[in-house]
Write a protein that binds this ligand. Structure first.
Ligand code: SAH
Ligand code: SF4
Length: 351
């Protein structure tokens, strides 16, 4: 059975065949503008409301929720149809509110330092399952008088490996939830065919490429898919994306102690960043510890030094704060665990 955000407008019309035509708009606006559940649509006759509550069920079933003490970061663990579990993280910053969504349960790309990769691939998420993560986060933000303005596809999974479901979700988030393309960011491990498809789309979303190494030897090790799409090919696709969209790309770089934080790494990275028509912006993420990877993250001092080296080499770099590390909610290292760290348990509810 389709879930409430699986249907497009035509499919909703078909479901509402026999009802007055304006009902389609009412339900569509209710779901996307009011962020309402079908049962809450009080403008509908009671019987229709009840029918929709049954025929348009939720896709996501909350298993656990945790929040940092101030409520700046909220993480949900959702169970999907079939039992797979994914995580969604809502982050409030001073000037913006962002949700980090999952696109697959698990991931097949096998990056050794990544908790999701260590778990292996379970299944693709459907469009409705992706859109509903955004809707739930937007509802929660609204409850605390914040407006959800940004979506980053940096949760569990590789978005471009699930293109046919992810892209319709992007379009729905833009067209129907009303978020601007400038505020949507897809993060990819570097699937070149996906980047090329993205370049041909109309919406100019932001592209973040998880680089982590700037020479093929090291990248083959850290990011195995590099053997299929080596750096020269990947950089070609990045340059074409940039030319098509006129927008700067960003490179993500998880700093790993003694592995990719040396002076030579900074030099190689700077060279690659500057090889694009518009130099890439670098996001440095101190590596988060995961059960299946022994090497530690770079120290705070090392991170600062690496950033300074990049700046000295003419490349803009920011250090991404690991929001919610306390609650295992750091974007990009989501592992769908029910056990919560002792610190998080204080503020979490297991449902
Ligand atoms: N599959 C996509 C998007 C999800 S991962 C991708 O790889 O880009 C989002 C980001 O988190 C990626 O940059 C990924 O490399 C990074 N990441 C994964 N594991 C991490 C860890 N243990 N510490 C820090 N960053 C990590
Ligand atoms: Fe998959 Fe991204 Fe993790 Fe690599 S870093 S295993 S592509 S989720």
């Amino acid at each position: 059975m389709p879930t409430r955000y699986d249907l497009d407008r035509a499919e909703l019309s078909a479901l509402l065949a026999g009802e007055p035509r304006y009902r389609v708009d009412q339900v569509w606006d209710g779901l996307h503008r009011q962020l309402a559940e079908p049962g809450e649509l009080t403008t509908l006759p009671k019987a229709l409301r009840a029918r929709l509550a049954e025929e348009l069920p939720a896709a996501l079933h909350p298993v656990a929720e945790s929040a940092t003490p101030g409520g700046d970061t909220v993480k949900w663990l959702f169970e999907l149809d079939g039992g797979a579990r994914v995580e969604t993280v809502l982050m409030h910053y001073r000037d913006r509110t962002t949700v980090c969504v999952s696109t697959q349960a698990g991931c097949a790309m096998g990056c050794g330092f990544c908790a999701t990769g260590q778990a292996g691939f379970q299944r693709h998420l459907g469009t409705g399952e992706i859109v509903e993560q955004v809707v739930r986060a937007a509802r929660r933000a609204r409850e605390t008088d914040r407006r959800l303005g940004n979506v980053v596809f940096m949760g569990m999974g590789e978005p471009l490996a699930n293109y046919d479901r992810v892209w319709p979700a992007v379009v729905r988030i833009h067209d129907d939830l009303g978020l601007s393309a400038r505020h949507l960011t897809l993060s990819t491990v570097g699937l070149v065919p996906g980047i090329r498809r993205l370049a041909a789309e109309e919406l100019p979303v932001n592209l973040a490429v998880s680089l982590h190494a700037a020479n093929d030897e090291l990248r083959n090790e850290l990011v195995p898919i590099n053997k299929r799409y080596p750096l020269s090919v990947l950089m070609g696709a990045c340059a074409d994306y940039l030319r098509a969209k006129g927008r700067r790309l960003s490179f993500e770089w998880a700093l790993i102690d003694g592995t990719n934080d040396r002076l030579s790494d900074a030099r190689e990275l700077a060279e690659l960043a500057r090889s694009l028509p518009l130099p890439a912006h670098v996001n440095l993420i101190p590596l988060n510890p995961t059960p299946g990877y022994r090497t530690r993250g770079t120290s705070a001092d090392g991170v600062r030094r690496f950033r300074q080296r990049l700046e000295d080499l003419g490349v803009n770099a920011t250090v991404r704060r690991n929001r919610g590390t306390d609650i295992d909610a750091a974007c990009g290292q989501l592992a769908a665990r029910v056990e919560l760290s002792p610190r998080a348990q204080r503020t979490s509810t297991v449902m």
